[in-house]
Design a protein around this ligand. Sequence first.
Ligand code: NAD
Ligand code: USQ
Length: 390
Amino acid sequence: MKKILVLGGDGFCGWPTALYLSAQGNDVMVVDNLSRRKIDIDLETESLTPISSIGERISAWHDVSDKTIEFRNIDVARDYDRLKALLVSYKPDAVVHFAEQRSAPYSMKSVDAKRYTVDNNITATHNVLAAIVEADLDVHLVHLGTMGVYGYGWSGEAIIPEGYLEVMVETPGGSLRKEILHPADPGSVYHMTKTLDQLMFAFYAKNDGVRVTDLHQGIVWGTQTEQTSLDERLINRFDYDGDYGTVLNRFLMQSTIGHPLTVHGTGGQTRAFIHISDTVRCIEIAISNAPERGERPAILNQVTESRRVRDLATMLAELTGAEVKYLPNPRFEADENTLYVENQKFLDLGLQPTTLSEGLMTEVRDIAEKYSARVDTSKILATSKWRKGM
Ligand code: NAD
Ligand code: USQ
């Protein structure tokens, strides 16, 4: 049994993770400032699934499992003193850090959204690291990073390694072989904050011996896990709107309501994916495999399969009869890219991936169809543009 603090534990990945870790017998505390719920109010949109308040979620979990998850409403980016005091009093073995603004389109929406994303994400991550050092605790920090730190294109046919790249440097006497942090090539302000997070982890691991695992996660699809399915009040969020909805979940919802599938550009963008049930399992695996004090951050690619956007659209069109529509791309990104990703570390540690072919129809039937009446079709198209004049 471990004591685990889940920062951002009311969110799409955080809530099912908190439940999973609690179900495994850990003592779990959730910290969240509920900013994601407030952004929905500002954007006048809602999760496709009817999510309960955090208080109701926690009491429902107690009803079905007899386990207690504690909750603290703390802004990790602004309430440094409360965060530090919590670390000192709770003394967690591990801190799982999800507490960031995670939408790329939202981060490009306006100058206010850009500034909020940078202020929130960079300061949150730095506060967590500084508080761990100041609290003088040997905590393992597990951070949710993104595949987008590597960028989509520069490596061509090369396989993207797990965080570190081996390079040969010419020296006057010969050559030097080194492993360096993989070059960063962010495609949005949001992704840029994740590349900056990586530098903070490298520094605090080197300078203060903080034990860090950074998980470079692909696009998470699906909604429910074993635990969130136990009671309607535990249901996970499902974002489908043009800012927060991610591509595969958007296509699932669109195919169900008869909306054409919104492929951006040629749909030649290749991305890596992982099911939400595999996300929670990966986090448990990461917590159980902490690096030693003084080691560089452990980096694992948290992905299970790579697909082209247009292939996903075709797959869903064949399954459901949906129409596919190729729209002008609101993003500034490569039209076509290859993506080969190393993910052996999680497979070696026992991850058994949920494949798209197994899970897609369950999602269509149990979530998208069931809640289709809640869709606001005016919120479907992505309107956030990457550059002026696009
Ligand atoms: P989410 O927005 O649903 O959840 C994030 C949670 O953090 C929200 O509940 C929000 O209220 C909270 N939060 C944000 N800033 C905070 C702050 N300053 N203080 C306290 N709480 C704060 O996002 P998600 O999809 O669950 O993503 C979680 C993490 O995983 C993010 O860091 C994201 O970058 C990463 N990730 C997500 C995906 C994906 O497809 N969803 C893929 C790769 C990586
Ligand atoms: N896309 C479409 N049609 C849509 C929506 C998206 O063609 O209706 C395209 C986008 O143009 C892009 C690709 O699909 O090329 C992926 O977009 P996305 O919105 O699914 O994912 P992204 O913006 O990259 O961000 C999501 C999460 C983010 C996480 C990232 C992982 O929101 O938190 O970090 O996936 S990754 O993409 O691997 O960097």
